[in-house]
Design a protein. Sequence first.
Length: 83
Amino acid sequence: MTASEQTRQELLAALAELSRIRPQWRLGQTLANLAMTAGRLDPGGVWDLEDSDALEAAKTLIEQHSESEAEPAEAVSPTDRNC
């Protein structure tokens, strides 16, 4: 297996993981989020996104999700609420 084939396999696995942890994201949204996370903010960002850059972005998004799941929710006292 070539390096680019390995990267593609890892990227597809990462996309499956993102789909599992972010089921509300449509596939197009997921691809756009990968491009934006990789710093591709221009309209053709998804088109120009290299697999290796997309893989790194996917790993970042997965890590961010893992970190947010690990953080305990802060308790809000009644005086902190805007009631």
